[in-house]
Design a protein around this ligand. Structure first.
Ligand SMILES: [Zn+2]
Length: 140
């Protein structure tokens, strides 16, 4: 009987760690840029020449909307960043890649795309834990 070892190899874990760290860098850069645009008084600050005289109410409120969107993006990205940090922690502790709901190892393909996820596809779509592994390939 071939051992179905339900864990990632060290090489695989290092592979995921590299993906996560790269994503993390990207998010940190995005966040820095977003923070800058939110905190700059002109709200975007690229076209400053029209400031003062030409800035209509519409233009100013458009800037406010943009700032709000940026703020929403910041909180979303901060959340993902925290999740990425958590994933790095789990790699260190050898707990990475397991579904928090059913305890099964999450598909590698899924982790390549969302390396910080803590739910397998079966649980994500709301299938009852356990039944997920019986048929992975359903007739289309
Ligand atoms: Zn699961």
């Amino acid at each position: 009987m071939t051992d179905t070892r339900n864990r990632f190899t060290r090489a695989e874990l290092e592979h995921f760690r590299a993906i996560i760290q790269e994503m993390r860098e990207g998010f940190l850069q995005d966040l820095a840029a977003l923070n800058e645009s939110v905190h700059s008084p002109s709200g975007g600050g690229v076209a400053d020449h029209s400031q003062g005289v030409g800035a209509s109410f519409v233009e100013r409120s458009f800037g406010a909307v943009a700032q709000e969107q940026n703020a929403a993006m910041i909180s979303r990205q901060t959340k993902i960043l925290r999740a990425l940090d958590g994933a790095l922690n789990r790699i260190d502790q050898g707990e990475y890649g397991y579904c928090v709901l059913c305890g099964e190892l999450i598909d590698k393909e899924r982790l390549q795309i969302v390396p910080h996820t803590q739910q397998c596809m079966g649980c994500k779509v709301g299938r009852t834990p356990g039944s997920a592994r019986v048929t992975h390939h359903q007739p289309a």
